[in-house]
Design a protein around this ligand. Structure first.
Ligand SMILES: NC(=O)c1ccc[n+]([C@@H]2O[C@H](COP(=O)([O-])OP(=O)(O)OC[C@H]3O[C@@H](n4cnc5c(N)ncnc54)[C@H](OP(=O)(O)O)[C@@H]3O)[C@@H](O)[C@H]2O)c1
Length: 339
């Protein structure tokens, strides 16, 4: 009998998530039936959508992981293989290879990670996972950057933003990253090759953009929404393209914010603004991963991770990420469960 642990939602998040909103519970997993396999989580992803998506009280907290198959009665998922799975914040789970319903969300079926790529397994939650895919397709398909254009990325030192900025450099654009500290700004400019940064906590965004991009902004990859995005929209050039990936600046709001008047800007400048969910790119996942892997191997993009040790610290890793403590992708390394 295998024993596992899971984080169960006790209360809907209201404002900034509190430790008392979740509870770690133990569970015994039943014996495998034909067509099933047992996964043990190696790395768990903590992501902003876990705050934004309305989850059901009593459900396992949503989340994806890289897991090892430790027992199997499914011919296509043999013992020893690694999978990207979406069974929430759990140490162990029994899957049957199909999609899963968690908190009213249908999560994608598990996907076997090819052994041949020779990169750290945790990358499949970051640069080679839904983060990288969102950055790659969300930026290239929607912003359609051209060499010499000016690109602004918010959340620029985070998982998605740090990859978007580096792809924009590969595409020979001028890239300005918006971040929450000067240290993050130094990192994205000195280590990742961004041309400049704006610290949204201390700089006047409008003034800084006038100085750093007097030519105006052609592409905006929006991870944060809110006031920051409004200021950036005002600096867009005619026919500019905006890819809306997320709006983390309001995920913890307890009241609906008053709608800013973006339509006037969008119409006046004839902007194209498009939101996306990563799942629309899953059919092209292989192509994106191959290109990102090649860029990683050629040293054209760097992947940074902020790794928290221990399953029990998953909630802390999550709130640290929401507070902006992460550089690059925030993941939890699930050490062997002590039961
Ligand atoms: N559409 C999709 O399919 C999809 C897929 C993945 C992610 N997303 C979205 O993409 C965005 C980034 O996700 P990620 O996984 O890459 O997370 P991340 O950027 O690695 O981590 C979140 C970051 O948000 C910043 N932040 C927190 N509060 C903020 C605020 N009030 N204003 C501005 N920035 C704030 C923090 O950085 P600072 O220190 O710079 O504040 C923090 O490090 C999120 O909005 C997420 O929901 C969407």
């Amino acid at each position: 009998m295998v024993k596992g642990k899971k984080f169960v939602l006790q209360k809907h998040f209201n404002g900034f998530p509190k430790e008392s909103d979740v509870l770690i519970q133990e569970e015994e997993l039943p014996p495998l039936q034909d067509g099933q396999f047992l996964c043990e989580s190696l790395y768990i992803s903590v992501d902003p959508y876990q705050r934004a998506y309305p989850q059901k009280v009593g459900s396992v907290v949503l989340g994806s992981q890289v897991a090892r198959i430790i027992e199997s009665k499914h011919p296509e998922f043999p013992v020893g293989k690694h999978v990207i799975a979406y069974y929430g914040w759990k140490t162990h789970h029994i899957l049957d290879g199909t999609e899963l319903k968690l908190s009213n969300l249908v999560t994608p079926p598990p996907m076997i990670i090819p052994d041949s790529l020779d990169v750290p397994l945790s990358y499949f939650l970051g640069v080679l996972g839904l983060t990288g895919i969102s950055a790659y397709f969300g930026f290239l398909n929607i912003c359609r950057p051209k060499p010499g254009e000016t690109v602004v990325v918010t959340g620029a030192a985070g998982a998605v933003g740090s990859i978007v900025g580096q792809i924009a450099k590969i595409k020979k654009c001028k890239v300005i990253g918006v971040v929450g500290s000067d240290e993050k700004g130094q990192w994205i400019t000195k280590d990742l090759g961004f041309d400049a940064f704006i610290n949204y906590k201390t700089d006047n965004i409008s003034k800084a953009l006038k100085e750093l991009a007097p030519e105006g902004v052609d592409c905006y990859f929006d991870n944060v929404g809110g006031e920051i995005s409004n200021e950036i929209l005002k600096r867009m050039n005619e026919y500019g393209r905006i890819s809306v990936c997320g709006s983390i600046s309001n995920y913890n709001d307890t009241e609906e914010s008053k709608a800013p008047a973006v339509q006037r800007i969008v119409v006046g400048k004839q902007l194209k603004m498009e939101g996306f969910l990563f799942k629309q790119f899953l059919n092209d996942y292989q192509q994106g991963v191959m290109q990102l892997t090649q860029w990683l191997k050629e040293g054209k993009i760097k992947s940074k991770e902020t790794i928290t040790e221990g399953f029990e610290n998953t909630f802390k890793a999550f709130t640290d990420m929401l507070k902006g403590k992460n550089y690059g992708k925030a993941v939890v390394h699930v050490t062997k469960c002590k039961l």
